[in-house]
Ligand binder design. Structure first.
Ligand SMILES: [Fe+2]
Length: 230
């Protein structure tokens, strides 16, 4: 019996020595994982650098084209479907275009201004360089501005432009920060004019989705973020 107790004691010491050796070995081993002694928590991270540490793809620039307004028209709000002095709505399919303007790191470009300009439902611009401009839709605004909100949001109410040969339909846009142009580009429409959308960089391709507005009128909506460098 005494011998058995002695054997058990010896075995116990042996286990203890082995545990100490294993522990010391782990502490000194290069491959030992670091152990976080802090208690686990379900609280959201308060490390803002960690939250905003993203690297978004910059929206590619494209040509301005020849139809940017020579002077900013006085009527240039973000609803291009109505104009002062007319109770009629612009011809064409109503399009709600919205999204966010962000910097590459994900921060909203609050206070920036987005400008759009485009053709009416006949493919005509309001510009002396367009030979058909005298026949343009008198109820369409052609150019609009939207101020980017604190969360980066922008929104326009416009129409789906008509294509003019040889170009597929498109909406020109600029983003200005502090009055200075930081991006000039164009949006295209997947599913129109035989376009799959793959012909252009994805950040420039709109997917128009059918819906209804608050009055129950059929509209299209398209959502697209714009990402600025810096
Ligand atoms: Fe154009």
């Amino acid at each position: 019996m005494r011998k058995m107790i002695g054997q058990k004691k010896s075995a116990g010491w042996l286990v203890l020595v082995l545990l100490i050796l294993v522990t010391v070995g782990c502490q000194n081993g290069a491959a030992a994982p670091a152990v976080d002694q802090s208690a686990p928590t379900m609280e959201p991270s308060t490390n803002t650098a960690e939250v905003t540490a993203v690297d978004l793809a910059i929206t590619p620039a494209q040509a301005e084209g020849p139809f940017y307004p020579i002077t900013a028209p006085p009527d240039r709000d973000s609803d291009l479907t109505t104009v002062p002095g007319s109770d009629q709505t612009a011809a064409g399919q109503i399009l709600w275009l919205n999204g966010r303007v962000l910097y590459q790191n994900g921060a909203p470009a609050a206070g920036a201004v987005v400008e759009i300009w485009q053709t009416d439902d006949q493919g005509i611009y309001m510009h002396p360089g367009d030979a058909g401009t005298a026949n343009r839709d008198p109820n369409f605004q052609f150019f609009g501005e939207a101020v980017v909100g604190a969360d980066g949001s922008y929104a326009f109410k416009t129409i789906v432009p008509r294509l003019y040969e040889p170009r597929p339909r498109h909406i020109h846009f600029k983003v200005k920060v502090g009055g200075q142009t930081v991006l000039t580009s164009q949006f295209y429409f997947a599913g129109f004019d035989g376009l799959s959308g793959g012909e252009f960089p994805e950040p420039l391709v709109l997917t128009a989705v059918p819906g209804t507005d608050e009055a129950g009128q059929a509209i299209l909506t398209a959502q697209k973020d714009i990402v600025l460098s810096g």
